[in-house]
Design a protein around this ligand. Structure first.
Ligand code: PFF
Length: 485
């Protein structure tokens, strides 16, 4: 059954921008981006990451918003409607299923990491992070994970808050909560940066993030930057497409997508400016890896005046960022349950939430009593991460750009995007050639099919891109028609 009521839309002018930025800004910006920058050598990684956001992230995001708004439905229904309108096979809605599944599966492990953030907020408040050395911090992190009751409590809390928000609806739940959480988060981040300016290590942090040293750029860093561009912009997971389905008809998709991407990038850079000063001021290693904010940072805060207060601020901000992303990951599923099966928002949210709770609890057990429950050498937690980041996201992204670039009727998309010639041509070239090639390269490398050495192969890759673009465009009927006059 498909309901025929007109689709609800964001209430405020900034509704979509706030919600989509809330989705984009999350653990990826504050937890992952700083440690990835640390691991991949600083400024050079940042520069490549910016290029990936602009060349691949923004065009793909525009395609997703356009698909959502044109189809006015969950990813499955929206894609089916749009391909039908273009006279193409409904089999493309498989892409919608994949996106919905991808968002849901990411959430199954994301709530566990968000749970860490909530539990660290609790520890900061109760003084549970009093430690003298990195070894003590490692022990605290391990003890936190060792108890399934403790870890389960926090991930359950994240699940419940997410479902309460989603159950209250697009306007009353998501839009209202992001309306105060996003500005609140930015204020906290600014306070933390000012603190960093006055407590030492700021100049070093600036240099680390913004001085471009080509020598520190590795192929691995390049691939990591491209993969992270997808994750951080919440692409190929149904989130942006579903939020786009609530976008009013008169909003400019290009401007909106650019605003979201710029805001997301600014927050990631600001998170770096909030975290690295404390790390440098205390003589710690910026390349610490995933433990950077859960081990090094709390230790650094402790050694600083008013550190506990700022630690509380930091983990409050991180928890809020995680929540505004979590709600977006399940929205595709909830919207599908409501549209297709006529469930109420609340029933859909709690139904999806129950399944989420079961899978995320099993994933959480990977850190304690289920440490031995592995399949082909991976725990459920690692499987969820692997399946989504290595398979579903790149495949979904590739499918989206091929659909937008080659399958759908060009006039429909052009009308939806509302772009004129140079902007539209640029977007089309990006989704037809630059994005697919970029995604294929991550895919080939990530699956270990071949090792892509950028340092050696970049001239070939570039030449290939130019040849493919020329051949593709010269053989396209659209171009022939326009050449004929
Ligand atoms: N963009 C989020 C982050 O950077 O933490 C992660 C994310 C949110 C991925 C929503 C996928 C998604 F659908």
């Amino acid at each position: 059954m498909t309901t025929t009521q007109p689709r609800i839309q964001w209430l405020g002018r900034w509704g979509f921008v706030l919600a989509a930025t809330g989705s984009a800004v999350g653990l990826g910006n504050i937890w992952k981006f700083p440690y990835m920058t640390g691991e991949h050598g600083g400024g050079a990684f940042v520069l490549v990451y910016l290029a990936c956001i602009l060349a691949v992230g923004v065009p793909v995001m525009m395609a997703e918003i356009a698909l959502g708004r044109r189809g006015r439905g969950s990813p499955v229904d929206a894609i089916r409607r749009v391909v039908t309108e273009s006279g193409r096979t409904g089999a493309w809605s498989l892409l919608g299923w994949m996106a919905m599944l991808c968002g849901f599966l990411i959430l199954c492990f994301y709530v566990v990491v968000a749970g860490w953030s909530f539990s660290y907020l609790g520890k900061m408040l109760s003084g549970g992070l009093a430690a003298g050395s990195v070894d003590d911090m490692v022990a605290i992190f391990a003890a936190n994970n060792a108890s399934p009751w403790n870890l389960g409590l926090w991930s359950t809390l994240v699940t419940v808050i997410t479902m309460v928000i989603v159950g209250k609806g697009v306007q009353g739940g998501i839009e209202r909560s992001v309306g105060w959480m996003m500005p609140g988060m930015v204020v906290m981040l600014l306070i933390l940066i000012v603190y960093g300016v006055f407590s030492g290590g700021f100049a070093e942090a600036l240099g680390f993030l913004f001085i471009f040293d080509a020598g520190s750029l590795s192929s691995e860093g390049l691939l990591a930057a491209l993969g992270h561009a997808f994750f951080t912009l919440s692409l190929a997971s149904g989130a942006i497409l579903t939020y786009g389905s609530y976008l009013p008809a008169d909003a400019s998709i290009a401007r909106t997508a650019l605003t979201v991407a710029v805001a997301d990038t600014l927050v990631a850079l600001m998170a770096g400016l909030a975290i690295f000063p404390a790390i440098f001021a205390n003589g710690m290693d910026p390349g610490e890896g995933p433990g950077l904010i859960f081990m090094s940072l709390p230790l650094a805060f402790q050694a600083m005046p008013l550190g506990t207060l700022f630690g509380v601020l930091f983990f409050t901000m991180l928890s809020m960022a995680a929540l505004t992303s979590s709600v977006s990951m399940v929205e595709a599923t909830v919207s599908w349950l409501c549209d297709r099966h006529g469930l109420s928002r609340r029933a859909a949210a709690w139904g999806a939430g129950s399944l989420l709770w079961v899978i995320s609890t099993l994933a959480m057990l990977s850190f304690n009593i289920g440490a031995d429950w592995t399949l082909a050498g991976r725990h459920l937690f690692d499987w969820l991460d692997y399946l989504t980041s290595r398979w579903l996201m790149p495949l979904g992204g590739l499918g989206t750009v091929l659909l937008a670039g080659f399958v759908l009727r060009a006039d429909l998309l052009r009308e939806e995007l509302g772009l004129v010639a140079p902007g539209y041509t640029l977007w089309l070239l990006m989704v037809r050639y630059v994005s697919p090639l970029g995604i294929l390269v991550i895919f080939v490398d990530a699956l270990g099919i071949a090792e892509v050495e950028f340092g050696v192969h970049w001239p070939w890759l570039l030449a290939m891109l130019v040849v493919i673009t020329l051949v593709g465009e010269l053989s396209s009927p659209r171009l022939k028609r326009s050449l004929r006059g």
